[in-house]
Design a protein around this ligand. Structure first.
Ligand SMILES: C[S@@+](CC[C@H](N)C(=O)[O-])C[C@H]1O[C@@H](n2cnc3c(N)ncnc32)[C@H](O)[C@@H]1O
Length: 222
């Protein structure tokens, strides 16, 4: 079964012997990839909606993996059970991801790894996690078709980050590389467009956008 570059990269970041809960599994392709990798990874594929979960069930059955991947219907972390040590949430908006984590924040105390790939509001997601008992162990970019996605790996613990580290990502800013440049070039362009559209009386938003433009320009031209 074909998996896209984004899901493959997420799958490759999962440690051997992990017991994963894939929240919002949709088609279940990540879970199929995970158990087929043969690193003794176990997976629970869960989704809030019956339609996607039925599709996941079909895909899992096609691969003959019904005994290895459990499928659970329910919102967010409601499908958590105590053997799970890794939470994966990808392909959703950042605000939705924060809502899911907040809703069952007590569960997070029992988790050894969280892997997130929000479609937006990445900075807010990082701030929420880092204010709630996790630090950013790794960050990866992955290009999939026309887009570059962020993947964030969090571990229990505390680390203090500067505003700049939250904005660019503390690991990204250390590693940089070609995808960092491409990703922030796009962010730069979207802010430059935004600035031309923002009414003059939106002073605070205009100032914030200008500051971010300067910060990005400095970082990608250094
Ligand atoms: C765009 S798909 C992403 C699928 C996959 N995780 C990926 O990265 O490609 C989003 C999935 O999340 C599910 N979803 C949205 N909100 C959810 C929630 N609060 N709890 C569980 N699943 C949710 C949707 O039903 C949908 O199947």
């Amino acid at each position: 079964m074909k998996i896209n570059a984004r899901l493959k990269k997420i799958g490759d970041l999962v440690e051997a012997n992990s017991f994963c809960l894939d929240v919002g599994c949709d088609h279940g392709l990540l879970d199929i990839y995970l158990v087929k990798k043969n690193k003794n990874i176990k997976a629970v594929a869960s989704d809030i909606a019956k339609g996607p979960l039925d599709q996941a069930k079909k895909n899992i059955a096609k691969e003959g993996l019904q005994d290895q991947i459990e499928v659970r219907l329910g919102p967010g972390l409601d499908t958590y059970t105590k053997e799970i040590d890794t939470i994966i949430i990808s392909g959703m908006g950042g605000r939705n991801i924060i809502g899911i984590l907040k809703e069952n924040s007590k569960i997070l105390k029992k988790i050894k790894t969280i892997i997130l790939s929000p479609n937006n509001y990445q900075e807010d997601v990082k701030k929420y996690c880092c204010k709630n008992g996790f630090y950013i162990e790794n960050e990866e970019f992955v290009r999939d078709n026309r887009f570059i996605y962020q993947i964030i790996v969090l571990k229990p613990g505390t680390k203090k980050y500067s505003k700049k580290e939250y904005f660019f990502g503390p690991v990204f800013i250390q590693k940089k590389g070609p995808l960092f440049r491409d990703y922030y070039l796009r962010e730069l362009k979207s802010r430059e467009i935004l600035l031309t559209l923002l009414p003059k009386n939106y002073c605070i938003k205009r100032m914030k956008t200008k500051k971010e433009i300067d910060m990005i320009r400095k970082e990608i031209t250094d």
